[in-house]
Ligand binder design. Structure first.
Ligand code: EPZ
Length: 420
């Protein structure tokens, strides 16, 4: 099943619930390595990436499996971890595997993880993660494509000032600090909801953390952590994606199962585009009010406009009234969807980190190629409003981060199916 076909032109209406957050799940699965007893995660989306992380945990010697009797639930028991090495053939498939580094180093004093290569959206180095591990007393070295970190005894609390805003870097070092001796202060920490949710679960596990959600997080090391049960928050990016799908089709959709306080900058931008929104604490109803309006947007770390929603907004703006500018400030190469949107008839000119769009009245269906997870989502959003059929190839990219996307959109009235 390698491609999705969308027959554009139907107005989306109705209600759909989002799945659990992919990015929160990946960090929480890594955090389970810190515990010497069982962790149960509920509301886990069944994705290539979440299955990929379970494979990594099993390679390390943990028990990590879906609980057959309970939907969307995984069980992880890291008391049996015996091999602190995450192999290249698994890490290369999903760079978030690097999140196991901090927990392994903290709990076992040694970690060996294949250096995650870059990906379509950028080089994506891990220098800030390593800076944090070294500040905590870890000895880090590169060895034939692997990052190896060791510590003679327990890690020692320290002050870590990140040079740039990094979500997984903040999460990785915060996890490492939970079992260090003494106090760690993370300055210039990421404020994303996925950092806050991870801190919340670590505290439930017995960690002593304050300040998560601000740019200064304080972690006081404890002796050990225990496994807990946690229901993963709804996926804020999937929610934004489904809202954009409803709006581009002039629809009326209600998206449920998400903490809307994590979506504010996205909702603000959708209002600027002209959608009428009703917002509850865990749901959003979006009613399109005519053709989208052109806007300017700059992606930024939370609470700014999320880079993971950039392609989806660009799809919407490609049929807006007027000219828009989309500036990507987080990743250096996150415009891979532009040539594909141009194949659908979008009028986009790139200049450095900005894409300049002149809205067109209608897009035209065409075969397009998915290049990365959120680019694929943007192409599907665009295809929903295009005349005729669009075939999105290499759809495995979208399966990395969206659970049953065609069922969710189909449930809202979209004509969408898998082929191949
Ligand atoms: C997380 O990636 C998310 N992934 C990404 O979502 C998201 O786009 C990104 O945060 C930004 O919000 C997961 O949580 C699994 P960063 P992460 O470290 O943490 C540079 C999706 O589509 N950087 O915040 O890897 C980096 O190159 C994915 O769901 C360094 O230079 O992103 C980038 O330019 C895509 N050195 C910027 O910082 C470092 O050590 C932000 O990256 C780390 C990062």
């Amino acid at each position: 099943m390698d491609r999705i076909v969308v027959q554009g032109g139907t107005r989306l209406t109705g209600e759909v619930a989002v799945s659990g957050s992919k990015n929160s799940t990946l960090a929480l699965m890594a955090a389970a390595l810190l515990a010497d007893s069982e962790t149960v995660l509920q509301n886990v989306p069944k994705l290539r990436d979440t299955d990929g992380m379970l494979d990594i945990l099993r390679a390390l010697g943990a028990t990590a499996e879906w609980v057959e009797s309970e939907k969307s639930t995984v069980r992880i028991d890291a008391s049996t971890v015996s091999n602190p090495e995450a192999p290249y053939d698994l890490v290369r498939k999903m760079r978030a595997s690097f999140l196991v580094m901090g927990p392994l180093l903290a709990r076992f004093g040694t970690a060996r993880v294949s250096e995650p290569g870059g990906c379509a959206i950028g080089v994506r180095p891990v220098d800030q993660h390593l800076k944090g591990f070294e500040a905590l007393g870890g000895k880090v070295r590169l060895d034939h494509g692997y990052v190896e970190a060791t510590s003679a005894g327990r890690l020692l609390g320290a002050r870590v000032a990140f040079d740039i805003n990094t979500v997984n870097g903040t999460q990785n070092v915060m996890m490492a600090a939970t079992l260090a001796r003494g106090e760690t202060v993370l300055e210039n920490a990421a404020r994303e909801p996925e950092v806050v949710e991870l801190a919340h679960v670590l505290i439930k596990m017995g960690a002593d953390i304050s300040g998560a959600g601000s740019d200064r997080i304080v972690v006081r090391g404890v002796e050990d952590l225990r496994g807990v049960k946690h229901q993963v928050a709804g996926d804020r990016i999937e929610a934004g994606t489904l809202l954009a799908a409803g709006i581009i089709t002039q629809g009326d959709v209600r998206i449920t199962g998400v903490d809307t306080s994590t979506l504010e900058s996205t909702l603000d931008k959708l209002r600027d585009v002209g959608a009428e929104l009703e917002v509850g604490s865990t749901w959003v109803r979006a009613v399109a009010a005519g053709r989208p309006r052109a806007v300017r947007v700059v992606t930024a770390p939370f609470p700014g406009y999320p880079t993971d929603m950039q392609a989806q907004l660009m799809a919407l703006l490609s049929v807006a009234e007027g000219s828009s500018v989309v500036t990507e400030h987080v990743f250096e190469n996150r415009f891979m969807h532009v040539p594909e949107l141009q194949r659908l008839g979008a009028d986009i000119a790139l200049s450095g980190r900005s894409a300049h769009l002149r809205g067109v009245p209608r897009l035209m269906g065409a075969p397009v190629m998915a290049t990365d997870l959120r680019a694929s989502a943007g192409l599907i959003v665009a295809a929903l409003a295009a005349d005729g059929d669009t075939t999105v190839n290499r759809v495995y990219h979208i399966d990395r981060g969206y659970e049953r996307i065609e069922e969710k959109l189909g449930g809202l009235g979209a004509r969408i199916w898998r082929e191949g």
